[in-house]
Design a protein. Sequence first.
Length: 146
Amino acid sequence: MPSKKLSLILLVFVSQLFVCPPGQAANFVKAKTLYAQKKYREAAAEFQDCKKSWPNNTLVRYYLALSAQQVGDLNTAKEEYQWVASNGDMAFRARAKQGYDQLSRLKTQVVSGSAPPDVVRSASASPSGANSKEKVSTILEFYTDT
């Protein structure tokens, strides 16, 4: 008779086959690996493919938002953050709302010239009391511990 631990492992494995077919799980692992390697553009494309298979998967949508944000696709990032904040697992809703709120406050444009096209510049209004002709430009880098 198999041990309880082995039985539990087999039960989890079999249940994952029905929830997450192996080929699709491999796509998610590949996308997450690309994200961890900071290959955000490739990761975003993989997460888009995963989203087609799992349109209601919180992790897929959250990582898609993070990847899109990293490459400067802020519309996609905001859309995915908003979806997770409204429909995702409770553990991710607050993080997604923070990401969405942060991006919503930015007035952004893609930097042109010699800089890479995925670098985003935030041009904010001058602080109160400052000369109105001054503009502050900052290159923002976003990251997460997940």
